[in-house]
Write a protein of this length. Structure first.
Lengths: 321, 449
């Protein structure tokens, strides 16, 4: 006796019965599930505070009493505030000094590291270690290193007959001193460049050599274009970080109730430090929020300009130019 | 009378009995006020030494029904404001007295009028300068503790080397200070090896101004007087002393290498001859360099009268405190005479056990200071240090303090910035102080609105 089992004919789902989701849809659900922590984090810790600060920037708010709507008064006031202008000027000055220096020195170090051979791992660690140093420790360390009479830097300069400047008190030398300090943690940029350099195909150099290109020509026409993506990335990241400089300088000049009651310099007043003072020392949270939004706009404009320019200079593998 | 009414009346009587007759430790005879119970949270305070822990233990012993939660650490504005903004402030905050005006004006801390009345706190026991710093527009916002004062320290050994005595250092004679400074300082080849006179500016500018007969801010904390010619003269005098010692860059970098807390302090290393400083250095010096030839004199005004500036901390009760009664009881007990005496005894015992001299505790409480120094303090046998203690004790009574101001933080920033600009060579004293006057006045006006 034969038993015939026939597959049920496809039929329209019964009312109230759900269709089994397709694979793509199931995958999408899982993707959302895995993304959810980040999305929640972004909404709660980033988007939420940003929206709140946008609102607070239109109010007079001291954290203690309810915010009072004042329209664009905070923005008008900060446009006319000479302390804001000075802090912004200092910050831009620092960025203009710091970013190119970090990029050039890091690239030089990465090129040297690439040639080291077997000891590369060791030196890579050595260059990266300072990045792990807490920013507060860096600030204190450099206060000692930059000491006019007994600091290691001026002692070193004295060995070659140079009378070192007053790095921490002379307004003209405060910023160079801070830039010097900031070079302490260029290890991460070095590592990025080293990784990019190691990804440049060897055959490109060989082909260039066969074509008669010398060392400089190979660097200019092979290396630089091939690592331009990394250069662009570090340009953006270092620019943003420089415009938001805070911890090390705050530690050096404004660090605690003791030091802030002693000497600090106009030349060391960075934008974010001034913002912090307005928010938490003078309780002008609405004004500080407006300052934060102005900085956000400045960073966005600078980044957009950099992105726009990058279309002409940055080469990404796989793209046709 | 209905049963319900009788029950309500009974409950009311019981409540009154509990609240009105509870024995609250202000410690000893001056106790009184309401009983404390429930949870009490504090911020800005730590149990770092026997002075703190002994007093907290006394409170716990006398208030077993209070669950005390101490969040240890120094006062942090961000932490405090975050707690206030989130609607969950601590009951009690321990902060620098100079911050009180700002927070009181914003309404983040409570007036203590009821607290003082309910707990029967005797405000007369606190030093007048300390009281000034916690009082804004006649209302008390904090219970003060500690009174740190400034005196003039001299290294007599270095004075002898210069052919001088302590009597030759006369801070009343401003015109003579540069010449004295030149005799004492040691600058060679552009290098400063020894500071002659350190005016300690910016920090001590208010004291130099006061010595010249002017307060940098009015007693009500609402009017800046930074551009007063006498303030300008005070700053110019201090600046001259610094400039004559190689300029501020050299001066500061040399001073930054000093270790005031160790055995290699500038007294021992002969790095400085005359400098005004807080009284706590005597503690350190007696511990770390008992053989140093230290002389302590009062800072004086231009007429030669002793003068000093006082500072310290205070307990404040926050707006929204969940247990203000316990907070008030705590503040009272922490600053009460008997509590201080017990703490000072614990310090004296600890020092004795460590073989170190006890140079006293300056509590901000007049009666407590008197008992500590009359009953507990024993001369160390080292005449220099014993004389120093007597000097510090004598100037406590002539201390002044920067009064509470509704824009205290901005006011401080304005004049600190001015002095720093002058020291950095960016402006002349009159110009810098005129700008500071404008900045401070704008901030004070804004705060007054």
């Amino acid at each position: 006796m034969a038993t015939t089992v026939s597959a049920p004919a496809p039929s329209a789902p019964a009312p109230g019965r759900r269709r089994r989701p397709s694979l793509a849809r199931r995958e999408a659900r899982w993707a959302w599930l895995f993304l959810a922590p980040w999305i929640v984090g972004f909404l709660v810790f980033q988007a939420g505070p940003m929206i709140a600060s946008a609102w607070l920037s239109l109010t007079e708010y001291d954290v203690i009493n309810p915010p009072e709507y004042t329209g664009l008064d905070n923005y008008r006031e900060l446009m006319a505030d000479p302390q804001v202008a000075r802090a912004l000027g200092n910050t831009v000055y620092y960025t203009a000094l710091h970013v190119p220096l970090v990029m050039v020195i890091s690239l030089g170090l990465a090129l040297l590291l690439k040639r080291v051979g077997r000891l590369q791992g060791f030196f890579r660690t050595v260059f990266y270690l300072p990045v792990m140093t807490p920013a507060v420790a860096v600030g204190i360390l450099f206060l000692l290193l930059l000491n006019t009479q007994d600091g290691l830097i001026n002692r070193g300069l004295a060995l070659v007959g140079i009378d070192g400047p007053s790095w921490t008190t002379d307004p003209h030398w405060v910023m160079p001193g801070i830039v010097l300090m900031s070079l302490w943690s260029l290890g991460s940029t070095v590592i990025i460049y080293l990784a990019a350099l190691q990804n440049v195909p060897r055959d490109l150099y060989e082909a260039a050599s066969i074509d008669g290109a010398g060392g400089w020509a190979r660097f200019r026409h092979v290396t630089l274009p091939m690592i331009s993506g990394a250069l662009f990335f570090t340009l953006i990241v270092n620019t943003i970080a420089s415009l938001q400089m805070f911890t090390e300088v705050y530690t050096m000049y404004f660090g605690n109730r003791e030091t802030q009651n002693r000497f600090n310099s106009d030349a060391a007043t960075f934008y974010v430090i001034h913002l912090f003072q307005e928010a938490f020392q003078f309780l002008h949270m609405g004004y500080a929020s407006a300052m934060a939004w102005l900085l956000f706009l400045i960073i966005m404009v600078i980044t957009l300009v950099q992105v726009k320019l990058s279309n002409r200079f940055v080469y990404y593998e796989g793209e046709d130019k | 009378m209905s049963r319900k009414l009788r029950a309500t009346a009974l409950a009311g009587v019981l409540a009154l009995a509990v609240s009105g007759c509870g024995g609250v430790g202000g410690g000893g005879k001056d106790s009184g006020g309401t009983a404390a119970k429930g949870t009490l949270s504090t911020m800005g305070f730590g149990l770092s030494d026997e002075i703190a822990s002994t007093r907290v233990d006394a409170f716990k012993r006398d208030h077993p029904d209070v669950d005390l939660k101490i969040t240890e650490g120094s006062f942090d504005e961000q932490q405090f404001l975050s707690a206030v903004a989130s609607g969950n402030p601590p009951d009690l905050v321990y902060m620098d007295r100079k911050l009180i005006g700002t927070y009181a004006t914003r309404g983040s801390i409570q007036p203590l009028t009821d607290c003082i009345e309910k707990q029967n706190i005797d405000m007369a026991q606190y030093r007048p300068a300390a009281k000034d710093q916690v009082t804004l527009d006649g209302t008390v916002y904090g219970i003060p503790e500690f009174s740190s004062v400034r005196v003039l320290y001299l290294n007599e050994s270095l004075l002898k080397d210069a052919g001088l005595t302590a009597a030759d250092v006369n801070l009343a004679d401003w015109a003579g200070l540069p010449a004295l400074n030149a005799k004492l300082a040691h600058v060679s080849g552009g290098r400063l090896d020894r500071i002659g006179i350190d005016p300690k500016i910016p920090e001590f500018l208010p004291m130099w101004a006061r010595a010249n007969g002017v307060d940098m801010i009015s007693q009500d904390g609402r009017t800046a007087r930074l551009d007063d010619p006498k303030v300008v003269e005070a700053l110019t005098t201090g600046l001259k002393l610094v400039q004559d010692q190689g300029g501020f860059g050299r001066f500061k970098s040399f001073r930054d290498t000093f270790d005031f807390f160790g055995a290699q302090n500038p007294l021992v290393k002969k790095q400085i001859v005359a400098w005004p400083m807080e009284e706590w250095f005597l503690n350190q010096a007696s511990k770390n360099s008992p053989k140093a030839e230290l002389v302590v004199k009062p800072f004086v005004d231009r007429q030669g009268k002793p003068l000093t500036m006082s500072s310290g901390q205070a307990w404040v009760i926050t707006k929204g405190a969940k247990n203000p009664d316990a907070a008030c009881a705590f503040a009272k007990q922490m600053t009460a005479t008997d509590t201080w005496l017990a703490a000072a005894k614990a310090r004296a015992d600890a020092r004795k056990a460590a073989g170190q001299p006890f140079t006293g505790v300056w509590t901000g409480n007049v009666e407590a200071d008197k008992k500590i120094f009359d009953e507990l303090y024993q001369p160390t046998g080292n005449k220099r240090f014993d004389d120093a203690v007597a000097t510090i004790r004598s100037v406590q009574d002539v201390a002044f303090a920067m009064p509470a101001s509704p824009a205290g933080a901005e006011f401080d920033k304005a004049w600190y910035d001015a002095v720093n600009r002058v020291l950095a060579g960016q402006a002349q004293p009159a110009e810098a102080l005129a700008r500071a006057q404008q900045e401070a006045t704008a901030a004070l006006d804004k705060a007054a609105k």
